[in-house]
Design a protein around this ligand. Structure first.
Ligand code: S3P
Length: 420
């Protein structure tokens, strides 16, 4: 029998209340980092709960191509034997990161600190995404970009630095990918590499570097920022990593449980790193019942069990400085906001435009069938206005999603999303 490589369409149906206990898959950010740091460490790194999705598997392949021994030892269990800091071997073929900006940008940083040449490539979406933001600091550190498409886009050739320089770099946007690329290159530089961010982005690289034995210090900078100083040329030693459940994946059953009357679900091991939990803060402000218990930690990352019960949500204003801590969750927040009473305003969303898709557009498109098409995407600062549950559209909404608040005559939420 032959299988088509076309993806199978998923079908969604309205349901009754959600109940039960679930552990969502492992965190994607942690999974990429466990493989990359494992490959740069000496000795064995054992990872459990790895997310075995395409993005992470492409990072695993890249680590193999760069000389690390990466093996799957059981369900979601992986073993990595690394080559040591600056020890990557030149890959024989281009490194293909598929759809993954995180895998690609982090590995660019790791390669930039090694005296090798590698070609980076990805799918059509990744080929369209900005890479200059990572290449700029890596060039300051001594890496050189060979052939590249306009604006430093993929496919591109990166020549790592023979003698990488430590730098002090201020990231132009709050991005853990830029920060992590600089820190990973800084591992091979003598002296201290410093990254300053005016708004703190997720700090998984810093926490995991510490777990693998690096000397790295993070201090507050201004009201929302961080200054991170990494001492170069450490000996990283292999370590055990338990990957917590991904809060970005948990966001979907959590919002589903909140909006379907009578729901009561439990999710285990959800990562509660405060730089990832902006959505949960926002949902609680909206009136969500999310109870945390069984707090524990592994490899520097906190996690907890969540109990989520259906709740009446109200619209809130989400401040721009919260954006880095929930950058992957605005789409699902928009679903919650559509079911909330009153208006939800989200600001500071410009980074959503340069993800694997333009997520501002995608959010508007997702809501379009369910509300009046009163929108203004791309105008001025890229404001996007949605209003759900108007006039005739309201009936359509109710009929399509029967089972959601069946007797509820409230007006549905209004959503206002601004790029800046
Ligand atoms: C990620 C950082 C974020 C996020 C991405 C994962 C990471 O991107 O959107 O899904 O693991 O470092 P930016 O750092 O570019 O905001």
């Amino acid at each position: 029998m032959t299988y088509s490589d076309q993806p199978t369409p998923l079908e969604a149906r309205s349901s009754g209340p959600l109940t039960g206990k679930v552990r969502v898959p492992g965190d994607k950010s942690i999974s990429h980092r466990a493989l990359i740091l494992g490959a740069l460490a000496v000795g064995e790194t054992r990872v459990s709960g790895l997310l075995e999705g395409e993005d992470v598997l492409n990072t695993a392949k890249a680590m193999r191509a760069l000389g690390a021994k990466v093996e799957r030892s059981g369900n979601f269990a992986w073993s990595v034997r690394g080559v040591g800091v600056a020890g990557f071997a030149p890959p024989e073929a281009p490194l293909d990161f598929g759809n993954s900006g995180t895998g690609c940008r982090l590995v660019m940083g790791a390669v930039a600190g090694c005296p090798i040449t590698a070609i980076f490539d990805g799918d059509a979406s990744l080929r369209g995404r900005p890479m200059r933001r990572v290449l700029d600091p890596l060039e300051l550190m001594g890496a050189k970009v060979g052939a590249a498409k306009e604006g430093g886009r993929l496919p591109l050739t990166l020549n790592g630095a023979r003698d990488p320089l430590p730098v002090l770099y201020r990231t132009p946007v709050a991005s853990a990918q830029i920060k992590s690329a600089v820190l990973l290159a800084g591992l091979s530089a003598p002296g201290v590499t410093t990254v300053i961010e005016t708004e703190a982005s997720r700090d998984h690289t810093e926490l995991m570097l510490k777990h693998f034995g690096a000397q790295i210090v993070s201090t507050r900078e201004g009201s929302h920022g961080r200054k991170i100083a990494l001492t170069g040329q450490p000996e990283l030693h292999g370590a055990d990593v338990v990957v917590p459940a991904d809060p970005s994946s948990a966001a979907f059953p959590i919002v589903a449980a909140l909006i379907v009357e009578g729901s009561d679900i439990v999710l285990s091991d959800i990562m509660t790193n405060p730089l990832r939990t902006g959505l949960f803060t926002t949902l609680r402000e909206m009136g969500a019942s999310i109870e945390e218990s069984h707090a524990r930690g592994d490899a520097g990352e906190p996690m907890a069990q969540f109990r989520v019960r259906a709740s009446r949500l109200r619209g809130v204003e989400v401040p721009p400085e919260r954006a880095p801590s929930m950058i992957d969750e605005y789409l699902v927040l928009a679903v919650a906001a559509a079911f909330a009473e009153g208006t939800t305003i989200m600001r500071g969303l410009q980074e959503l435009r340069v993800k694997e898709s333009d997520r501002l557009e995608a959010t508007a498109a997702m809501l379009h069938p369910y509300g009046s098409p009163d929108r203004d995407v791309g105008a001025g600062d890229g404001a996007c206005f949605r209003q759900a549950g108007e006039g005739g559209r309201y009936r359509l909404y109710r009929d399509q999603l029967s089972g959601f608040h069946p007797d509820d005559a409230r007006p549905w939420g209004r959503i206002f999303m601004r790029a800046r």
